[in-house]
Design a binder for this molecule. Structure first.
Ligand code: NCD
Length: 307
């Protein structure tokens, strides 16, 4: 179903494809935990191209490539490649596409994954294109919700933080809509979800409330998805200074939230979740990061037809 396909955004998927990805991830999770030496992608090579900083996405992709039996070639920064000499993204991708069977890529420009997909013969997997989309993160987010909550629909989910530049929520909103969850967008006024995304989600039938009142939002939420203020995307550093630190999830706030609330965060966190929250049973963000490994193994095997 996904063989040969690019993974570029969250709105490209059917419910059947999402089920296939999550079920494949669950199988890989079981096989990894049983200690199997997995060979699905034996003989293949995958490129991991990161033109922008990353810890989890790059290292879980590279671990996934290794654990699914393929070999990896890796570029961890734009400064270490010919991008620094002025080579275009299209030329770089065309070249590397000739070496490998699939490419996982992160780039600071919105739309860059599509540019890569247009010139590559092999599948491109978008690991984040600027303030655009981050579909593999949203996939691991729903895999996590399914594991933590037992089911994916009927929840009230608050997205808290930088909804303007945070690409993870730009992707996750589509999955939350598809599975029939209510969404609350809670952000500082200047970091609201882009109007085109809110409108598009509503057109697809999403129930969305927008608010600045975090306490009231959390009092009725089953899940809160916290995001970092994306300092690197601000044109004006003074604007960043104004909003940074403007929301903090601590145990005082959790004590006023709906009992049993699950806390997700794509990480890295800066100061938006207090360290004391890490011991709360519903703090799922490190489990969430761990789940990325299995989702990325599944995606790689599916797009290369090695499931
Ligand atoms: C996110 C990203 O890069 O968009 N991180 C991640 O992939 N886990 C979130 C962020 O950087 O704030």
């Amino acid at each position: 179903m996904l063989k040969g396909k690019d993974i570029l955004n969250a709105y490209q998927f059917s419910a059947e494809e999402l089920n296939l990805i999550m079920n494949t991830a669950a199988q890989f999770e079981k096989r990894v935990k049983e200690g199997e030496a997995i060979k699905n992608m034996e003989g293949m090579v995958v490129a991991s191209l990161f033109f922008e900083p990353s810890t989890r996405t790059r290292l879980s992709f590279e671990t996934a490539i290794n654990r699914v039996g393929a070999k990896v070639i890796s570029m961890a920064s734009a400064s270490s490649s010919s991008t620094a000499k002025g080579e275009s993204l299209a030329d770089t991708i065309r070249t590397i596409d000739g070496y490998v069977d699939a490419i996982a890529m992160r780039h600071p420009m919105k739309g860059s994954a599509q540019i890569a997909a247009d010139v590559a013969v092999h599948p491109i997997i978008n690991g984040g294109d600027g303030a655009g989309q981050h579909p593999t993160q949203a996939l691991l987010d729903i895999y996590t919700i399914r594991k933590e909550k037992g089911y994916l629909g009927g929840h009230t989910v608050t997205f808290l933080g930088d909804l303007k530049y945070g690409r993870t929520v730009h992707s996750l909103g589509y999955f939350m809509q598809l599975y029939g969850n209510n969404m609350i967008f809670a952000s500082p006024e200047s970091l609201k979800m882009p109007e085109e995304i809110t409108q598009d989600l509503r057109k697809r039938g999403a129930q969305i409330e927008e608010t600045g009142d975090v306490e009231a939002a959390l009092a009725k939420s089953d899940i809160v998805y916290v995001t970092r203020v994306q300092g690197e995307r601000f044109d004006d550093p003074a604007e960043y200074e104004k909003v940074k630190g403007s929301y903090i999830v601590d145990m005082d706030l959790i004590s006023k939230a709906k009992p049993g609330i699950t806390i997700l965060h794509p990480l890295p966190r800066v100061d938006e979740i207090a360290a004391e929250v890490d011991d709360y049973a519903g703090a799922a963000y490190f489990r969430q990061a761990h789940n990325g490994l299995y989702i990325r193994m599944a995606l790689l095997a599916l797009v290369t037809g090695r499931v």
